[in-house]
Design a protein around this ligand. Sequence first.
Ligand code: FAD
Length: 445
Amino acid sequence: TYDVHIIGGGLAGSEAAWQLARRGIRVRLSEMRGTGERSPAHQTDALAELVCSNSFRSDDDEKNAVGLLHHEMRQCGSLVMAAAARAQVPAGSALAVDRDVFSAEVEAALAALPSLDVVRERIDQLPVAGLTIVATGPLTAQALAGSIGAATGAESLAFFDAIAPIVYRETIDMDVCWMASRWDKPSKLGGEARDYINCPMDKEQYLAFHAGLMAGEKTAFKEWEANTPYFDGCMPIEVMAERGVETLRFGPMKPVGLDNPRTGRWPYAVVQLRQDNKLGTLWNMVGFQTKLKHAEQVRLFRTIPGLEQAEFARLGGLHRNTFLNSPELLDRQLRLKSAPHVRFAGQITGCEGYVESAAVGLMAGMMTARDIAGREWRAPPRTTALGALLAHITGDAEADSYQPMNVNFGLFPPLPEVKKKQRKEAYTARAKQDLGAWLGEAASA
Ligand code: FAD
């Protein structure tokens, strides 16, 4: 018998199991690796396997959002962060680990918890009752994905991401760009017809940009991703460019109906950005999903008028990736609205990255522990990295364009009064203070 069933022993599932079992809660952790089956990316049967890079990215908790997330997770007693510390290898200001030592540390810590059972088994159906955490990751096994799709509606479970780059609003040059909707169509949300930021291009700029897309170095699909479908609405921009020099001008770069107020005319081509979060700090480049290499994206997209100084919260990509439309499907506590005994955690919620996945696992574990204790969960403040990430996943992101997201300062309530140079330190200082207060309250509650 157990109190909580966790499905998936990756980054998120291992962290959630730790958070529960170290509080004495009885947990069954089901992991399919070890039964002879593995996702196409996993190469071992070890828990919390790092499938690609061995880096948890920046460990700078004063100027970097993921470094701040490391700090906050350590404050919450994270197993993933403790194991990473013991497995650390030199990597400058980044936190990198020996992946085998890292997984061994996670396994040893979990094995030492008497209330935890790690069971090597594949789960094919969402449990109909009992507290459950689903943490089966971007490559969730097929039968379970089908069962999740049946519970959520197939259109709410994606099997591929199609990521368009996201730009910090404050780095867009509004002396060049302007806000407008095509044909001045009124906003669905009411108010003026100014939903999009438009970056104008003349013919020469457009042709140069087109040539840049054609020549740019692309990331190859992994072998098992080779049959990635280019379904409607998410064809990579460079694939569209290959179809002809005019294709983009009749597609995502269509200028018709967009009067540039500085010339009174339609530009030759246009790049449109649409608001991506409720705070209005992040804007996505509409239709610009791409497999161009990251450095190439930065170089090429900064040739777009108005984006010369753009900073990117996320760069484009296209991968196999099972994830939910969480802002629509999950409540503020990661529970499926239609079946609240089921929580989701990790990359399947639409966060992106080892650290973020583990962080969401950590919160799912803490929430479930609260449920069992009959105590109310209070979310971490939105000014913290944990709180900002959770708020984004569970409702603050735009559901229509929801795509996987790393933690970044664009998810935090803005600090416009602080000078740009000091803003990162201001975000992290505010977060640390607010996290401290939250942890203090949680301990005393
Ligand atoms: P996972 O770590 O994948 O854990 C899910 C677990 O669930 C797995 O152990 C799996 O075997 C198990 N499982 C699946 N289905 C079932 C089932 N039905 N029953 C029982 N068990 C099941 N992030 C980075 O930060 N850096 C990178 O370099 C990086 N590279 C990536 C490369 C690839 C190819 C992929 C796919 C993702 C990459 N990611 C990377 C993204 C992501 O952070 C990782 O995938 C991360 O491991 C996600 O954590 P998770 O716990 O959500 O899922």
